[in-house]
Write a protein that binds this ligand. Structure first.
Ligand code: DQA
Length: 147
């Protein structure tokens, strides 16, 4: 019996994970991370939907499509994390828990990565734990949904 749908949102360039700067983001592909999310979500009775886009508006549309339909959102917006206020506003209009994930630790990198426009509308952020962060984010979603 499903406890709801978890929308996983992946922003620009995350489709290149595994090939892209492996010294920063690791060798796992986005599909590898999704497999982790799906296993963790299944254990919590959650179904997973995934949207990856390199286009800001498509991510806004995906959040709109989740309203009233999905239970929670797990989001790694890639570089849009740092300036996509349209996605911030869309997430602010989503009623369920939002958990932000980053493979790397943006706060320890270039100054332009230190601001997240997602963080003010997220219930929490997990950063710097690589693939493990995705599993922990699902646990966080389940904890928040149980409240
Ligand atoms: C990222 C961090 C962002 O700064 C970067 O632009 C990414 C990936 C991460 O998962 O560490 O594309 O969100």
């Amino acid at each position: 019996m499903a406890n709801g749908i978890l929308l996983v949102l992946s922003g620009p360039n995350l489709n290149l994970l595994g090939e892209r700067q492996p010294e920063v983001y690791g060798h796992d592909t986005l599909d590898d991370h999704l497999a982790v999310v799906e296993a963790a979500a299944a254990a919590q009775g959650l179904d997973v939907e995934h949207v990856q886009s390199n286009h800001e508006g498509e991510l806004v549309d995906a959040v709109h499509g989740a309203r009233g339909r999905c239970s929670a959102i797990l989001v790694n917006l890639g570089a849009l994390t740092h300036y996509a206020w349209s996605v911030h506003d869309a997430l602010a209009a989503f009623e369920g828990p939002v958990v932000e994930v980053h493979l790397s630790t943006p706060a320890a990198r270039e100054p332009w990565r230190h601001t997240s426009v997602v963080a003010p509308v997220a219930d929490g952020t997990i950063a710097g734990l690589g693939a493990e962060g995705y599993r922990l984010a699902v646990e966080a979603v389940a904890t928040l949904l149980a409240r």
